[in-house]
Design a binder for this molecule. Structure first.
Ligand SMILES: [Fe+2]
Length: 219
């Protein structure tokens, strides 16, 4: 048996790309010294950043991801209207959560994240045995049975992923705060009805199946 005999059924794309440091030094110091609003009883603290060019850059990449990788129709767009500074002080963590009202989540790192505090994406691989509520042991982990994917961000890294994916940051074990900029996004445009039956969706998939194309990875 070889891997080409295995079909990876509907994989979930995640963008992890270094786009360089596009934020002005002055803005970084403003962001880091801004008065922060505590959103939860735990450690993570958020504040709004009003810098429009930051939102525009995030919007550019989320739209690239949505159109060129996922392949959504051109008349739809993905928009954010706020960028949040996320600060995780030493000894603190960001608990597992998702963003149910958002379509894509984007996280940008304007400085290296501490090694001890990766971004962890969690997809329950009990998906494989979806209808059963028992835990199966595995001989060794692989991409079919793994539940966690760790990203260790470097300065200039951008990560975009579907907002339904639960994610968290483990405890920051260093002496330095962990910073990132995060954004949720919404779908804009003439959004199609969600009342289609499974059969209608399948019929459409059959009609366009000859038009599948490789994602455009030129950016
Ligand atoms: Fe989040």
């Amino acid at each position: 048996m070889i891997m080409k005999d295995i079909i990876d059924l509907m994989p979930v794309p995640v963008l992890h790309k270094n786009i360089g440091n596009f934020i002005n030094c002055d803005d970084i110091s403003i962001l880091k010294s801004a008065e922060l609003k505590t959103m939860r009883p735990i450690s993570s603290i958020l504040c709004e950043a009003s810098n429009e060019y930051i939102m525009n850059e995030i919007n550019k990449w989320t739209n690239y991801f949505a159109h060129n990788i996922i392949g959504i129709e051109e008349h739809l767009s993905i928009e954010t209207n706020e960028v949040l500074l996320i600060k995780t002080p030493p000894g603190n963590q960001l608990s597992m959560h998702d963003h149910p009202n958002s379509i894509l989540s984007a996280v940008y790192y304007f400085e290296d994240a501490p090694e001890s505090s990766p971004l962890v994406l969690y997809i329950e691989q009990q998906n494989i045995f979806k209808k059963f509520d028992f835990l199966v042991g595995y001989q060794k982990t692989n991409r079919y049975n793994e539940s966690y994917y760790e990203i260790h961000p470097k300065k200039g890294d951008l990560v975009i992923f579907p907002s339904w994916i639960p994610h968290f940051n483990p405890t920051n074990m260093t002496e330095q705060p962990r910073y990132s900029l995060a954004s949720q996004t919404w779908l804009r445009g003439n959004i199609p009805s969600t009342t289609k039956t499974r059969w209608e969706r399948y019929s459409r998939a059959v009609r366009v199946s000859g038009e599948y194309y490789a994602p455009d990875l030129e950016m």
